[in-house]
Design a protein around this ligand. Structure first.
Ligand code: MG
Length: 257
């Protein structure tokens, strides 16, 4: 199994980056791994930590309509260049916690996505250089108030509510380019979304290069690479699970705020 990089909180509220071992113990690092964090002597046993989202980015840059079949289901074509928007870092929640539907929206959708974690300060890089700036990969759910997205035109409110970016549960360094992304609701055996990540219109290295022409990406920042066909609503009480082969599964419960 690939090395799993986690971020955890102990019972005193102290936050650590670490390596998740097969025993589920966490070997603590002395810094974020993309800042050359090294293993320490401290190991946390499962009853002594809570899993957090695996990074704490300065910003989350997300990409719209990056799978052709999803653009079609939204009634649009694929953009000729990446369509980017921001989600606030305050929208992040870890796996196994609650997505809180706000009273402002009657239609909150899941969007399962591959998330790319940036490892280096990155400005104005080429796609080739971007490959060395991508530190690892995790799973995100770009939760969206679809009614507000349509009503506002701007996407900040629809995409920006607290809890609208489930993330994790951990980061891996390598990913098979043909890995499958799937989203499941409750105990349904059939996924509501299923696509290989190589069906993306703009690949992760191109996206990182494109975004870096606009803004400096910092270590720990996130790029959400877009969702495939099959978006749909979440109802109070639902459990939503996004899986990516070679990473794991991100699962959250839907609740009213
Ligand atoms: Mg999305």
């Amino acid at each position: 199994m690939a090395q799993r990089y986690v971020r955890v909180q102990n019972q005193e509220g102290q936050i650590y980056y670490g390596l998740l071992q097969l025993s589920l113990n966490v070997q603590v690092l002395d810094a974020p791994p993309w800042l050359q964090g090294q293993p320490t002597d401290l190991t946390l046993t499962p009853e002594n930590y809570q899993i957090m989202a695996p990074c704490a980015p300065s910003k989350i840059v997300a990409v719209g309509k990056n799978y052709a079949d999803h653009a079609a289901e939204m009634g649009t074509s694929v953009p000729s260049e990446p369509l980017i928007f921001l989600k606030p870092p305050t929208s992040i929640i870890p796996s196994e916690t609650e997505i809180k539907c706000p009273p402002h929206s009657q239609r909150v959708d899941y969007e399962g996505e591959l998330a790319v974690v940036i490892g280096d300060r990155t400005f104005d890089c080429t796609p080739e250089e971007a490959q060395t700036k991508i530190w690892g990969y995790t799973i995100a759910n770009d939760v969206t108030a679809r009614d507000l997205q349509k009503r506002d035109g701007q996407w900040t409110r629809a995409k920006g509510f607290d809890t609208f970016c489930p993330l994790g549960p951990w980061i891996v360094r390598e990913l098979n380019p043909g890995a499958r992304l799937q989203t499941f609701l409750n105990d349904e055996p059939n996924p509501v979304q299923s696509a290989c990540i190589d069906q993306m219109v703009f690949a992760p290295d191109f996206l990182v290069s494109y975004i870096s022409q606009v803004m400096t990406l910092l270590p720990g920042d996130l790029v959400l690479t877009g969702t495939p066909f099959g978006v749909g609503p979440l109802l109070i009480g639902d459990r939503v699970r996004v899986e990516i082969e070679g990473i794991g599964r991100l699962e959250n419960i839907v609740a009213a705020r």
